[in-house]
Design a protein. Structure first.
Length: 469
């Protein structure tokens, strides 16, 4: 048998049919559904008289539109469109018999946090969702990616997906990370190297000592942003950390089924002589804490750098940089640490897990948010929120002057009440900094939770390495 990559192994195990042109029908193990990309899909099922093919493998949770304020049970806190979408998911989940975590359920949260938390995400699976950050689940050694609404309907009806195989890319992070450098800095630095199109046509496997050293939370952060580098999906081979995380989760296998699953999971790694179409190697010790300065995730630099000049670039990037600097209200050559902010957002499917909140609390303990600055922390699920309260983290946040919110996607994107005002500048732990992503004419700088917490105290982008904690 010829050597295979991890991606090859999972793909081959799920091909139900392959056409002469290479188009495949791929079996889907887990389908995650939220309120924004599913209403048309369910309506399509009704119009054709179809049922959901595998309701026991389909999980629904509202997250994008839901308000995160304590009064969110009040329908007036949502726009009419948002209310309709959330109510539609409630109706559809019940009508079609899906596993459902409504807003009233403590297990509700961002779908990409709820899936792993509840044991729905397991090694070797194919996982899809009508959301591009489904790549998050690749941290478990599962082939996970976003799909469009028409594909959502196809998976609901058939539990399969029409796909063509991607190429294999290996991103190896060697050695150890320096103090202050996190999983967020790794994944943003990779995008800085590849650009937002460097991964197009590939599935990335992240490997190397620095990746193995990460917790499962950190690995989810790395894989979450694979899509921002253009990749179809991101993968990390499962290991003992993965198995320990999955064991005992509500929907993980038990008893003999666990042992059988574990035996297969332990075969899920890339063979030594497997073929890679593209390889990138980055030394872990060369990665610094980073932030974005522009309006693309590839506009990323070490925090001690300066805003670049358009003349530093060539081709179409010159105009893009010029536009980014103008939109962001920056000046060429200014130090990134001189950029003042108005808002801090800590949360999202990238950095809304308990480890992220602990990192922020470690910076904020005994400190105060700078006067006049708006700061919010939004846990990724109700269970993360409860754990943070039990550990005393919530008290630290509130005493520092942060708003302590309910679970949801919140200010990651402008689909709910948590939005930036025009011109407002945000230090954010989310994953996208496009124009208007967090609100009309809002300005977004992406960074790690510790960096965002430090910025909340100083009122400007701050180097965590020199921050006086």
């Amino acid at each position: 048998m010829s050597p295979k990559t991890l991606y090859d192994k999972i793909w081959d195990a799920h091909v139900a049919h392959e056409a002469d042109d290479g188009t495949c029908l791929l079996y889907i193990d887990r389908h995650l559904v939220h309120e924004v990309t599913s209403p048309q899909a369910f309506e399509g099922l009704r119009m054709t008289g179809r049922k959901v093919r595998a309701p026991e493998k389909t999980i629904a949770v509202p997250d994008h539109n839901v308000p995160t304020t304590l009064d969110r049970a009040n329908a007036k806190t949502m726009t009419e469109d948002s209310r309709i979408q959330v109510e539609a998911l409630d109706t559809n989940a019940k009508e079609f018999g899906l596993h459902y975590y409504p807003v009233s359920d403590v297990r509700q949260g961002i779908v990409h946090i709820v899936g792993p938390e509840q044991g729905w995400t397991l090694p070797g699976m194919t996982v899809v969702c009508g959301d591009s950050h489904t790549a998050t689940h690749g941290a478990f050694g599962s082939l996970a990616h976003g799909i469009g609404t028409s594909e959502v309907e196809h998976v609901l009806a058939t539990q399969t997906l029409i796909q063509k195989k991607s190429k294999n890319m290996k991103v190896e992070i060697t050695g150890k990370l320096a103090p202050g450098v996190t999983a967020k800095d790794i994944t943003m630095s990779v995008i800085g190297v590849t650009g937002t199109a460097g991964g197009t046509g590939y599935v990335i496997e992240y490997c190397g000592e620095a990746i193995r050293d990460l917790s499962m939370e950190g690995r989810m952060t790395v894989c979450n942003m694979a899509i921002e580098g253009g990749a179809r999906a991101g993968l990390i081979a499962p290991d003992e950390k993965t198995f320990e995380y999955c064991m005992g989760r509500p929907h993980a296998p038990k008893g003999a089924q666990w042992e059988a699953a574990l035996a297969w999971w332990k075969t899920l790694f890339s063979d030594d002589d497997a073929h890679w179409d593209h390889v990138i190697t980055i030394k872990g010790e060369d990665i610094a804490p980073v932030v974005t300065w522009g309006t693309s995730p590839e506009d990323v630099l070490p925090i001690d750098a300066k805003v670049p000049a358009a003349s530093d670039y060539k081709g179409g990037k010159v105009d893009a940089v010029t536009r980014s600097i103008e939109y962001m209200g920056l000046t060429e050559g200014m130090a990134l640490t001189d950029i003042e902010i108005d808002t801090v957002f800590i949360g999202s499917c990238t950095n809304g897990r308990i480890e992220d909140l602990r990192a922020a609390a470690a910076i904020l303990k005994g400190k105060k948010v700078k006067d006049g600055l708006r700061a919010m922390i939004v846990p990724g699920s109700g269970l993360v929120r409860a754990q943070a309260e039990e550990e005393g983290l919530a008290d630290i946040f509130k005493e520092a002057g942060f708003e302590w919110r309910l679970a949801g996607c919140s200010m990651c994107l402008a689909m709910n009440p948590d939005q930036l005002a025009p011109g407002e500048r945000c230090a954010s732990t989310s994953n996208r900094n496009f124009e208007g992503r967090q609100g009309f004419k809002g300005r977004t700088h992406l960074m790690s939770p510790a960096m965002a917490a430090a910025a909340a105290i100083t009122g400007r982008l701050t180097d965590i390495r020199t921050f006086d904690a």
